[in-house]
Design a protein around this ligand. Structure first.
Ligand code: AMP
Ligand code: MN
Ligand code: MN
Length: 302
């Protein structure tokens, strides 16, 4: 399992670990409460990702991947794993409260996908081609294409090893980054019209109303990564994306340019979490109130 609104690291980690375990003869189910995002359909065997079933099969071990808190797995996943004898929690969020029976939380790792790679190496598990591709996409998407500070020499050595194992680098990057639906660029146009600077130009924010989701027929992953565009503004320290969800809650996505502002700490104030440079919140609306509260905390931190 991985977190709701899954990103590349969530889906990639599920496939990477699951396919290796299947190669060892294990029976694996791949569950996500929001299913497979369209942007990840290109990954080999991604059609194995399904919603958790209402009547769950007997399972021995529940593995949570890339999921900062147990509730972010979603209720249906937790219910489907109620009979599991062992809970394993593999993650790289520093805010992870270690909710498993066994916990492998490495906040120095740039992606859960890299932890999976290290586990596979350490335990001499098989690394089939599907796992290879999934690890690459997991790490690439969580590091902003191997750019963030969290990227280490180990990360590049891992990528080199994946290439030695036959990874088609140009092809997989094109499928990951040059294959967006037109509606995503229409969303970008809408977001740009709401762009605001605050805190003397150190904070850039934009917002998306639920009506935009309806009119552009957006999928949850269509906004993934767009925030990097306003994080890249000269002088901006923190970028924030406010999104009105269908249930009226507000999803807040934050990015910091460097460690002088810890957005995870700000997220934690509102019950969210994440990393120093990338964190998120789900909080009560309306959107104007959420904006005021979060921007005030960010201004204070700056
Ligand atoms: P996002 O802005 O949604 O891409 O998320 C940035 C990082 O913060 C990711 O590593 C998420 O897993 C984490 N994150 C996002 N939302 C939450 C939340 N409500 N609670 C805990 N962690 C979160
Ligand atoms: Mn993730
Ligand atoms: Mn991750």
């Amino acid at each position: 399992m991985s977190h709701l609104r899954p990103d590349g690291d969530a889906i990639g980690s599920q496939l990477a670990l699951g396919l290796a375990l299947e190669e060892m003869g294990k029976t694996v189910y791949y569950w996500n409460v929001d299913g497979l995002p369209e942007s990840m359909e290109f990954l080999p065997y991604s059609d194995k990702i399904s919603l958790p079933p209402e009547v769950a099969p007997l399972i021995d071990v529940a593995v949570a991947l890339d999921t900062a808190t147990k509730v972010r797995l979603g209720e249906a996943n937790i219910a489907a794993c109620a009979q599991a004898k062992l809970w394993v929690n593999i993650d790289h969020h520093m805010s992870n409260p270690r909710y498993g029976d066994m916990n492998y939380v490495d906040a120095t790792s740039p992606a859960t996908g890299q932890i999976i790679y290290e586990i596979i190496q350490a335990l001499q598990m098989p690394l089939p081609d599907g796992t290879r591709d999934a690890i690459y996409v997991a790490v690439s998407t969580d590091t902003g294409s191997f750019q963030y500070d969290s990227t280490t020499a180990k990360t590049y050595r891992m990528a080199a090893d994946l290439m030695d194992r036959g990874l088609k680098i140009g092809q997989i990057n094109a499928k990951t980054y040059d294959n967006h639906p037109y509606r995503r660029v229409e969303l970008l146009r809408t977001l740009l019209n709401t762009l605001e600077l605050s805190a003397a130009g150190k904070v850039a924010s934009w917002e998306m109303l639920d009506a935009t989701r309806v009119s552009l027929q957006l999928q949850p992953d269509d906004s993934e990564g767009l925030i990097d565009m306003i994080r890249a503004i000269r002088g901006v320290q923190v970028a924030v994306f406010f999104e009105e969800l269908p249930d009226g809650k507000i999803r807040v996505s934050m990015r910091s340019k460097d460690r002088s502002v810890d957005v995870c700490k700000i997220a934690t104030i509102f019950g969210g979490g994440g990393h120093y440079l990338a964190a998120g919140i789900r909080m009560a609306g309306p959107i104007a109130a959420a904006k005021e509260l979060v921007l005030a905390e960010i201004a204070k931190a700056i």
